[in-house]
Design a protein around this ligand. Structure first.
Ligand code: HEC
Length: 302
């Protein structure tokens, strides 16, 4: 076995071990793999409020929109993180922190992570286990590690995170700039309200936003956005575990986006079918794991 394959094998084993340690593999929601067991009922059904400043211009609104989607997609990261289904938003939930994050080999106390752990990276793994608290990216300016004002500082940091810490592929330049625009738009003055329920409507709005932006983006950016929409459908699918008719609808929608992404078809069929799919999913939301009561019941029986 060559070194790359040996590493991949080790990572898959680590992913299995990590999943097994946090929750049995059968539990459908991936977040359960990296959430402290005692926090599961709350953490799987509520998320912190996002602190997003209104856009300063049409161009800024577009960049922040693309960055917001990229921030939430596992595809941006590589290696073990992507395989486990993690994104920036896994640790920085809605751009905040994640006090309940626990991932064997990455975390010390809940809410910490070592982003130089060799588990995630073939580049930067420093062999020293050094987990740090996951910061709230909308925290006070004086606590920030990376300046939001210095030109290029965030871009350089995020590029290093994606390609070195997480072994991700080189992101398209527009997507990298958009991620930095999104992080810059997270501001303490824009924090309103406390934790809020995790809702299907918001995930569906993310799918719609990714598709709307993909239509007006070129090549690489468009492909990242369509892939992100597909991975959001995948996350919705997990929440519809056991509601098989709705999962079939999600599979069809995913296949359609896959064909669009490959340039095999345009948006005509999607535009015709998606509104009814959306309504159907909303109608059945109460049957899915978007219902806090269903999550609690599923956790009791696992
Ligand atoms: C596995 C958990 C994890 C993931 C995934 C993750 N981060 Fe972080 N992030 C951290 C931790 C921990 C720190 C603090 C590191 C330190 O103090 O040295 C941090 C620090 C940061 C900072 C600097 C803090 C500040 O406010 O200046 C930024 C910006 C940031 N992350 C953005 C991102 C982006 C963008 C992504 C996705 C590409 C990402 N993070 C993915 C855990 C994570």
């Amino acid at each position: 076995m060559d070194r790359r394959r040996a590493r991949a094998g080790a990572l898959i084993l680590a992913a299995g071990a990590a999943a097994g340690a946090a929750a049995p593999l059968a539990f459908p929601l991936r977040e359960a793999r990296w959430t402290a067991p005692s926090a599961l009922p709350r953490s799987l059904s509520y998320e912190p409020a996002e602190c997003l400043r209104p856009p300063s211009s049409v161009a800024n609104g577009r960049a922040v929109g693309i960055g917001r989607i990229a921030f939430r997609t596992p595809l941006l990261l590589g290696g073990q993180a992507a395989r486990a289904g993690m994104s920036c938003a896994t640790c920085h939930r809605n751009g905040r922190g994640n006090p309940d994050f626990v991932f064997p080999g990455l975390s010390g106390a809940p809410g910490t992570a070592d982003v130089t752990a060799s588990l995630m990276s073939s580049h930067r793994g420093d062999g020293i286990f050094n987990p740090k608290p996951i910061p709230d990216l909308a925290g006070p300016a004086e606590r920030r590690k990376i300046s939001r004002a210095a030109p290029g500082a965030l871009e350089t940091f995020i590029h290093g995170l994606v390609t070195e810490e997480f072994d991700g592929p080189e992101p398209p330049p527009e997507v990298l700039a958009a991620l930095a625009a999104y992080v810059r738009a997270l501001q303490p003055g824009s924090c309103h309200g406390r934790d809020r329920p995790i809702r299907l409507a918001e995930r569906l709005a993310e799918v719609d936003a990714a598709i709307a932006l993909a239509r007006t983006s070129d090549g690489d950016t468009s492909r990242v956005l369509l892939a992100a929409a597909r991975s959001t459908l995948g996350a919705i699918d997990e929440r519809f575990a056991g509601v098989e008719a709705d999962r079939a609808v999600l599979r069809d929608a995913d296949a359609e986006l896959g064909a669009i992404r490959l340039g095999q078809t345009g948006f005509t069929r999607w535009d015709m079918a998606w509104p009814a799919h959306r309504r159907r999913l909303r109608r059945d939301e109460h049957l899915s794991l978007y219902s806090a009561a269903k999550v609690a019941a599923a956790l009791r029986t696992r």
